[in-house]
Design a protein around this ligand. Structure first.
Ligand code: NAD
Ligand code: MG
Length: 295
């Protein structure tokens, strides 16, 4: 079964209740039950990104892994960013893509560090012989329903990871991007509909929408497009890493499709936004939320 086979979106994937599970951040895909679908067995590429050279952040697991698999199967060579703790997940992705004949180079590090962001882009330009694609999926979420206990370190970490990194990665990448290049950010429906226990995270997701809209206009004269994917609930290690076991067991039930999305269901949106097929699309957000409205 590929992404092109007709299917019923309601019954396609597991729905809650899920087995109770928790992890510590950043969480690992290989520890999840059921295992998320990143399109390993299903994503069929059609050569839409032949010759493209990209960086994908958060590429070890979840939505970033699904985006990396899809971009690679469409023909792109990639540098994959993730945290050093996530080496097991990252090697699974690298081994898969390399076995299919594409370049996939692992560059672990912390995107809340400005120097790592610069080094990541420089490594990509050197190893891939240039850069035309920057897909930023990495993000940090830690739930806390009491602002009085939210530490400055936690606030700092969330905002630096989710927002500062976009500035640092773009500042490093833009001098290398030719017309026709594309930048994709990853927001969240939390940016418009914040949950009370995700105040710092939701704030960053709202900021990512604003960042995307402003940068798209700034880079339009250079012929560089900037767009965003805004997910609803998606079955990834972000949840057991951030929420308690009870919340994870009912995850996605509030979506009109009554289940969380799987990372594989977001991959084609990233491909579309990178591909020249979306040449007049910039400053746009694609919401993928199982029927939940964007606003
Ligand atoms: P995930 O845990 O699989 O991916 C997040 C990735 O971010 C991690 O794998 C990690 O590599 C990376 N990361 C986190 N902190 C980092 C740091 N300091 N330095 C480098 N890398 C770091 O979970 P996911 O759900 O696939 O998350 C991907 C994106 O999707 C995030 O931006 C998240 O906010 C967004 N999102 C997820 C959901 C959801 O329900 N899963 C909903 C809306 C938005
Ligand atoms: Mg991960």
């Amino acid at each position: 079964m590929s992404q092109y086979d007709k299917k019923n979106p309601i019954t396609l994937y597991p729905a809650p209740p899920f087995p109770k599970q928790e992890q510590s951040l950043p969480g690992a895909a290989w520890k999840m039950d059921p295992k998320p679908d990143h399109g390993e067995e299903s994503y069929v590429g059609l050569g839409r990104l032949k010759g493209f050279r990209g960086v994908v952040t958060g590429a070890d697991s979840g939505i970033g892994r699904a985006a990396a698999i899809a971009l690679s199967r469409e023909g792109a060579d990639l540098v994959l960013s993730y945290l050093p703790d996530e080496q097991t997940d990252a090697e699974e992705v690298r081994d898969l893509l390399v076995s299919e004949g594409r370049k996939a180079i692992l560059v672990p590090g912390d995107i809340s560090d400005e120097q790592y962001c610069a080094d990541l882009i420089e490594t990509a330009v050197r190893e891939l012989g240039g850069l035309d694609t920057l897909v930023m999926v990495a993000g940090r979420m830690e739930s806390n329903d009491d602002i009085l206990t939210l530490t400055t370190d936690a606030i700092d970490s969330t905002i630096k990871t989710n927002v500062y990194s976009l500035f640092w990665l773009c500042q490093a990448a833009i001098p290398h991007l030719e017309p026709g290049s594309s930048i994709v950010t990853t927001g969240s429906i939390q940016g418009a509909q914040p949950s009370p226990d995700k105040i710092d995270y939701a704030l960053t997701k709202g900021a990512i929408g604003v960042f995307t809209a402003a940068l798209a206009q700034q880079l339009a004269p250079k012929g560089i497009r900037v767009n965003s994917v805004s997910p609803g609930p998606v079955w990834t290690p972000l949840q057991p890493g951030s929420d308690d076991a009870e919340t994870v067991s009912t995850f996605g039930e509030q979506a009109p499709f009554k289940r969380p999305g799987q990372p594989a269901e977001l991959a084609a949106a990233y491909v579309h936004l990178v591909s020249p097929e979306s040449s007049y699309t910039s400053g746009a957000t694609i919401t993928i939320a199982g029927g939940t409205p964007a606003f």
